[in-house]
Design a protein around this ligand. Structure first.
Ligand code: TRP
Length: 459
């Protein structure tokens, strides 16, 4: 990154792309996507997921990067500037606030799951996976999640690394790490997917992932798919807005966003192809929940001749992918605090990271001491949910769609067509009217109708 006329920009378009792909590709693709697809009937979920990425999450990703580039500051400050520049109501500042607070909450549980990934590197390295069957892999995961001290230890390490990178300034280190490590992760995942095609459950997995029956599509499936689209593309919590603030005026936001979406979606699908054949080969339950990835892949590493090396490499790269995502969850709050307080970036990163770390304890205990505790038991939708389930569900299925909805309406209805076209550098682009139609009508109405459907037809 370099300072140009007082405002920092990425050193190249490639650098921005790498940081944005680093943010998008993470636990969302390899941990969250497979377990949600598994729990929501497979094919129906995956089809709806891809459709809503194209119609909702991608148009909003373009919008979010654009709002960041127009505001050139933290999400909260960018929104404040856009509001005053365009004479909009102060209420729109909820986009900045909602996103920033949401990112802080996601960071709190993301760090705990990231800790699992790092811990699994040590399992892989000590040969724990060798010859494991499904029950043993399940027991290994259950033992880890039953042990709060170990979870806290790895959560602490994960958060410390995140804080360390953010304190030093996101752009410096990240460019180089992402350029090499993301393609490596992709190749390794491709290798795992190819291996999975040779297992007995491959055919069943393909049917599970790609056959869909309309009767499997419930309002809750669609809401989960929309939420996962936002989560996976890092949309609607200000992360992409923060990164967008450093994008050079001359660069095409739309083509970058399309590249980010394609990279992100391919990693998720590839993760599914690597995981589901093993699920069926070893008689596991696709709907078993957040442990799915951590229970299935070790079985594969345990059967491979070079399983120790592949296992170490895989979980190391997964940890790196998670870190390049978590820094984008911490960055919006730190960017805001830097504008607001006189403390140094280092101190602010530590303070905010500490807060998210503390909040993470509720996620840690959701898997053991508080596993049976349902804090919002009186509230229909939330009745069987632990703290972790509530954070995960509320951020992805309520906060992200709501903030995304507001971003779309703000850029589609509050800002004029001329202003937006000029800011995008798309006055003559053929796709511009199409994108505008998506953010004016399709994305907002899609989100609203799925909210309404979930309230009217829960379950
Ligand atoms: N997209 C990341 C993943 O898939 C998670 C993430 C990082 C995120 N930054 C975000 C999600 C901002 C929502 C908003 O793992």
């Amino acid at each position: 990154m370099q300072a140009v006329s007082g405002h920092a920009i990425w050193s190249s378009r490639f650098a921005f792309l790498m940081a944005a792909i680093g943010s998008a590709v993470g636990l969302g693709n390899i941990w969250r996507f497979p377990y949600l697809a598994g729990a929501n009937g497979g094919g129906a979920f995956i089809l709806v997921y891809i459709l809503t990425i194209i119609a909702i999450a991608l148009p909003i990703l373009i919008t979010e990067i654009l709002l960041g580039r127009m505001g050139k500051a933290s999400p909260i400050m960018s929104m404040r500037r856009l509001i005053s520049a365009h004479g909009a109501s102060g209420l729109w500042s909820i986009i900045g606030w909602g996103g920033t607070v949401g990112a802080f909450f996601v960071l709190s549980f993301y760090s705990v799951i990231g800790g699992w990934a790092i811990h699994y590197v040590t399992y892989a390295a000590t040969g724990v996976f060798a010859g494991m069957n499904g029950d043993q892999a399940g027991a290994l995961f259950a033992d880890l999640t039953a042990d709060p001290a170990t979870l806290i230890a790895w959560h602490t390490i994960f958060m410390a690394v995140t804080v360390f990178i953010v304190a030093g300034g996101v752009k410096a280190g990240i460019e180089r790490a992402v350029v090499i490590l993301m393609p490596l992760l992709f190749l390794l995942l491709l290798g795992m997917a190819i291996y999975a095609t040779t297992t007995a459950g491959f055919g069943e997995a393909l049917r599970f992932m790609f056959d869909f029956r309309f009767q499997d599509i419930h309002p809750s499936t669609v809401l989960a798919a929309i939420g996962q689209g936002f989560f996976s593309l890092s949309v609607a919590l200000g992360a992409m807005m923060t990164y967008g603030a450093y994008v050079d005026e001359k660069e095409s936001i739309s083509s970058s966003a399309i590249i980010i979406a394609i990279a992100d979606t391919s990693v998720a699908i590839l993760a599914g192809i690597a995981i589901f054949p093993l699920v069926f080969t070893y008689g596991l339950e696709p709907g078993s929940g957040p442990g799915l990835t951590f229970v299935t892949l070790p079985i594969a590493f345990g059967t491979l001749g070079s399983g120790i090396i592949v296992g170490i490499a895989f979980f190391t790269l997964l940890s790196v992918a998670a870190i390049t995502s978590s820094i984008s969850l911490l960055e919006p709050t730190v960017a805001w605090a830097e504008e607001k307080f006189t403390l140094s970036r280092v101190k602010l990163s530590i303070l905010i990271g500490f807060g998210a770390w503390l909040l993470g304890f509720l996620t840690v205990f959701s898997f053991n001491h508080l596993a049976g505790f349902h804090p919002l038991a009186g509230l229909g939708l939330m009745k069987d949910k632990t703290f972790f389930d509530i954070f995960d569900f509320t951020t992805s299925n309520i906060v992200m769609p709501s903030v995304g909805f507001l971003m779309a309406v703000f850029a589609g209805w509050v800002l004029s067509s001329g202003v937006v076209a000029k800011a995008l550098g798309a006055e003559k682009a053929v796709w511009f009217p199409f994108w505008r139609f998506l953010i004016r009508y399709v994305a907002p109405l899609g989100v609203i109708s799925i909210f309404v459907a979930n309230v009217l037809l829960p379950g």
